[in-house]
Design a protein around this ligand. Structure first.
Ligand code: HXC
Length: 515
């Protein structure tokens, strides 16, 4: 009797493992895509996956659906480990009704989201779906909303990560959009709210899926995705790396690596990176890479709003979030996109107890009608708000320019930074010497017999007085002017003092960030 039962179970399990069947699996492979199960196998530590709801089936009978029943109903769900740490996962199976989302498919995802929230572990979704299960109508829409609701409830409590490894269209995009990080696979994935056909009907634009919402568009133009990957394997590799920088939940710290002091922690020749002329660019990523633990910088949003650089790194083994102006792009100005990019990252780090390290070289906000009409006021305020509100350890290093309102915004002492260091090359002032002289010495320059000479004299006078870190240091706005070679050592020591930092925000329901 038992033997027969065991065989029956095995038969069901084997059917489930085949998803929509061999032909559809072959079709998936032909598109250079792995199956839902193959992806999970790569993602999770070997042998660690425990599947839930393998035998769930849909409950629809309309449109001949009663005859088309597949175990698992188009999504593989469960839990497993990544580098020994618990994660909850769902992986949509395109071989079953195109991975489309039915009521039961949604219930499976909601079940693991509830478990993840209750047990304090990240949720990872591998998305590959034709959207709402058309045969189910509004029940499918309800299923999406059940997931969206949980995304919002889990936000800031557990990390939520979405890999887009196939279609993701219509309202379905809003679950990934509410998660903390999105990864997209080049050429085989796309995301859009309305697809090329509707776009053509409504706006008469002809555009391919790839050009409308492919990985390269969303990594460079819209900033919707944080990472792109060349294929499924690369995507999963990046996902695992990303996880290594994150804590399990908002009550924990990110996992630290063992650290033994590397010599004196002094750097050598880092000041050579700063050009003689203040108008010449240099690559702030070289500074970041020199200061943090070797090989630890993991950049996020690499191709989007490149005038600001963000990413995770390790400093003395401990995870640290980096925000840095990039003088190579738009001279490192803050603009709408860079402010939004950095603000969201600052808030992520603050949610999950990741200390923030800021490298500052900012000439100000980018001028122009485009910026003003696209609300640089509101968007710049996002970054200001995000830093001001962040209660994690925060340190700023001013490498060169710190001008105007951008000086305040970029994690200044005034908005709660714990330590602010400046290199001797720092220039901390209301604006650059040229602009400043044109305004305050206007009359003298105009009435001078040699206006251009007077202008350069006045400019030099202003620069001499203000294009340095010493006025700020004399007021305590800068804690210390340091030799660039000391940067790593100073940061390691300063962050160590902030290990037990407590900074309680006023009691309130929640703040009202200028969204
Ligand atoms: C049911 C679906 C489906 C869906 C695909 N399939 N999408 N079944 N509901 N939404 C099925 C197909 O019938 C087919 O079944 C199999 O999945 C594979 O689909 P193909 O079309 O053969 O694959 P491909 O050529 O790769 O095209 C993939 C696709 C296309 C681009 C995703 O299938 C497509 O356009 N599907 C419809 C997408 C859509 O309009 N969805 C609803 C959007 S509205 P067989 O049996 O042949 O294998 C939405 C709103 C969400 O999602 C709202 C949330 C609030």
């Amino acid at each position: 009797m038992m033997q027969k039962r065991l065989e029956e179970l095995k038969e069901r399990q084997q059917k489930a493992l085949l998803g929509g069947g061999r032909d559809r699996i072959d079709a998936q492979h032909k598109k250079k895509k792995l199956t839902a199960r193959e992806r999970l196998e790569l993602l999770l530590d070997p042998g660690s996956f425990e599947e839930l709801d393998m035998l769930v089936t849909h409950r629809t009978s309309d449109f001949g659906m009663a005859d088309q029943v597949y175990f698992g109903d188009g999504v593989v769900t469960g839990y497993g480990k990544i580098s020994g740490r618990l994660v909850y996962v769902f992986s949509q199976d395109f071989t079953v009704f195109g991975g489309s989302l039915s009521e039961t498919h949604a219930e499976k995802i909601c079940k693991i989201m509830d478990l993840a929230l209750r047990n304090g572990a990240p949720v990872i979704g591998l998305n590959d779906s034709g959207g709402a299960r058309i045969q189910e109508g509004v029940r499918s829409l309800g299923g999406y909303a059940d997931i969206f609701y949980r995304n919002a409830r889990a936000s800031g409590v557990i990390p939520q990560i979405s890999a887009i490894m196939g279609p993701c269209a219509g309202g379905a995009v809003y679950s990934p959009a509410m998660t903390d990080f999105i990864l997209m696979v080049e050429q085989s994935s796309y995301m859009f709210v309305t697809g090329p056909n509707v776009v053509k009907t409504v706006t008469n634009e002809e555009v391919s899926s790839e050009d409308l919402g492919g990985a390269s568009v969303h990594s460079s133009k819209s900033g919707v995705t944080h990472f792109t990957a060349s294929d499924d394997v690369d995507c999963i590799k990046k996902l695992r790396t990303l996880l290594s920088y994150l804590p399990q939940n908002c009550e924990e710290k990110a996992p630290a690596l063992p650290y033994s002091q590397d010599g004196s922690e002094m750097l050598h020749g880092i000041s050579d990176l700063i050009p003689e002329s203040a108008n010449q660019p240099y690559d702030i990523k070289e500074v970041i890479r020199a200061v943090v633990d070797p090989g630890s910088f993991f950049e996020i949003h690499e191709q989007y709003a490149e005038n600001i650089v963000i990413g995770f790194s390790r400093l003395a083994g401990k995870v640290t979030g980096i925000v840095a102006n990039q003088p190579m792009v738009l001279a490192g100005c803050l603009d709408v996109s860079s402010s939004k990019k950095a603000a969201r990252f600052v808030r992520f780090c603050d949610c999950f107890n990741i200390p923030l390290l800021v490298f500052e070289d900012v000439p100000g906000f980018l001028p122009g009608t485009d910026q003003e009409w696209n609300a640089i006021i509101t968007n710049g305020a996002k970054l200001l708000y995000a830093f001001s509100e962040a209660s994690v350890p925060r340190i700023t290093v001013i490498t060169r320019k710190a001008y105007g309102g951008a000086y305040d915004v970029m994690n200044s002492k005034h908005i709660g930074a714990d330590f602010n260091f400046a290199w001797p090359s720092a220039e901390i002032a209301v604006m650059g010497a040229k602009g400043a002289s044109e305004i305050i010495f206007k009359k003298e320059i105009e009435s001078s017999a040699d206006p251009s000479r007077t202008m350069s004299e006045k400019e030099a006078e202003y620069a001499e007085k203000f294009a340095n870190p010493y006025i700020a240091a004399s007021r305590g706005f800068i804690d210390e002017v340091i030799h660039p070679d000391e940067t790593r050592r100073k940061l390691i020591r300063a962050f160590a003092t902030l290990e037990n930092k407590v900074d309680n925000l006023p009691r309130r329901k929640h703040g009202n960030i200028p969204l």
